[in-house]
Ligand binder design. Structure first.
Ligand SMILES: [Zn+2]
Length: 112
């Protein structure tokens, strides 16, 4: 398969111990959604809220499934407290089979 300029370029490789830069990669996804190149399918919280929730350490894993409107594949972006972030393509059926768990009330972790 050809490299997709939308989703295959979304991940920003880590310059430290992590495989991906959490802030830059999340920002890249947000930018692509804003540009109409990707679509948020389902996540624990909106992309913009993933990092504040992660930093609160109130939820251990925070994931988001994002549709690439360019190549029609689904991208999985998963953050984990004190763990490695995961960025990979996912099967669309994973979304319904994912073990979604409760998100703590927003007022406990949101920045504003
Ligand atoms: Zn793509």
């Amino acid at each position: 398969m050809n490299v997709c300029k939308t989703c295959d370029s979304a991940g920003v490789p880590g310059t430290g111990p992590l495989p991906w830069e959490i802030d830059a990669t999340t920002e890249a996804l947000i930018d692509r959604v804003a540009a109409g190149r990707m679509l948020e399918l389902r996540g624990d919280v909106p992309l913009e809220d993933m990092i504040p929730l992660l930093e609160s350490e109130l939820k251990y894993t925070i994931v988001s499934f994002v549709d690439c409107l360019d190549c029609e594949r689904v991208l999985f972006w998963g953050l984990c407290v004190r763990g490695n972030p995961i960025l990979r393509h996912a099967d669309r059926s994973e979304i319904e089979h994912w073990r979604w768990s409760t998100v703590p009330p927003r007022r406990r972790w949101a920045r504003k």
